[in-house]
Design a protein around this ligand. Sequence first.
Ligand SMILES: Cc1cc2nc3c(=O)[nH]c(=O)nc-3n(C[C@H](O)[C@H](O)[C@H](O)COP(=O)(O)OP(=O)(O)OC[C@H]3O[C@@H](n4cnc5c(N)ncnc54)[C@H](O)[C@@H]3O)c2cc1C
Length: 381
Amino acid sequence: MEFLIDRETLEFKKSIFDFARKYVYPSAEERDLSGTWDPEIWKKMGEIGLTGLSIPEEYGGQGADCFTTSLAHEAFAEGSMDGGVTLALGAHAIIGAMPLVLCGSEFQKKKYLPDLASGKKIAGLGLTEPGSGSDAAGSMQSTAVKKGDRYILNGSKMFITNGPIGDVFVVMAVTDKSKGPMGVSVFIVEKDFKGFSVGKKLNKMGMRTSQTSELIFEDVEIPEENRIEKENSGFARVGRATLEWERTVLVAASIGSMTNMINDAVRYAKERKQFGESIIRFHAIADKIARAKMKLDSARLLIYRAAVRKDKGIPSPVESSIAKVYATEATNEVAYEMGQVFGGYSYIHEYPIERAYRDSRLGTLGGGTSEIMRSIIAANT
Ligand SMILES: Cc1cc2nc3c(=O)[nH]c(=O)nc-3n(C[C@H](O)[C@H](O)[C@H](O)COP(=O)(O)OP(=O)(O)OC[C@H]3O[C@@H](n4cnc5c(N)ncnc54)[C@H](O)[C@@H]3O)c2cc1C
């Protein structure tokens, strides 16, 4: 894909890969098994500017565009082989911080972005609820009622990445029920606001190195200046502005993961001998590798297309949905097929393919399921 990327950007991408391989990869297996978060790794990510890559320089970030940020997430996922920490980074830097970058007031940007850029504080997004997922806006139960210069927030949010470790959450709540999905507003909620609490940590199948929980709001008082954009503009403005960043940058991690799975499987297939031959000599194995590589390249092109269009200001709801559904489904298929290459060893924790297989399951579920992506594509085609 070098034809799209200049030398300096390629070197930057390689530096992220090297960083992740050196500091994140070595402990990934252990943290995955125990489901733990390592603040030291996060601190290092902050030191090299990863946590604020897409935040403008004037607020302490690097001011990278969507394409460069996607490349960084791809390289981080590939180098770390740690889907969970890559997801935590995406939840912080993209779905957590980008609503402030794209739609926040000057006051909000100055107050929150520098600490998010440095990684001193961790962000997350609270959209999904126990009873509302795909129909996030239509079925939303959390409410924010205006009282003087404050809003009183009540309700809860489900499956929130960085919930147990986050400091600042961008939270959506109904402000005008009569307007249905267009009656939702967005607020910045700090973990220390009275009435805010974190539910128990969820014990997940994959992405176990990221921390996920419910968030609970009981009469949380939010100052009016913490509302992002106008009242009731949650989906029309804030959600729309952030969506294409999410469906490129977060999904770019899947191509890093696929690259690892394929490289590892090729290495193994050359070494592993059965019937007196390296298994890569068997057509059935070579065919899996060829098909996986075709899927990887197709996914990469689709993600890069969506990211470059985003940077050129071309609206791309269909392109980013195609990228998301294709890349995440391809990652699941590649995880299964590369697992077959490893035979029984793919079932054993020490083999990174086992972790990648579990981690890959989230892609077609989180941030809009494959079914929802297909309905967006069909409705706009
Ligand atoms: C590990 C993890 C991390 C997450 N992180 C976050 C986070 O940080 N912040 C956040 O807000 N959310 C987060 N989520 C939530 C995630 O985005 C939702 O799980 C997802 O949007 C799907 O919602 P649901 O699980 O309620 O499924 P549902 O919406 O209940 O869907 C169930 C099934 O019905 C299908 N379906 C629903 N509606 C339709 C339709 N109209 N047409 C066809 N099929 C349909 C779905 O595709 C799916 O197959 C996370 C989830 C997980 C598992």
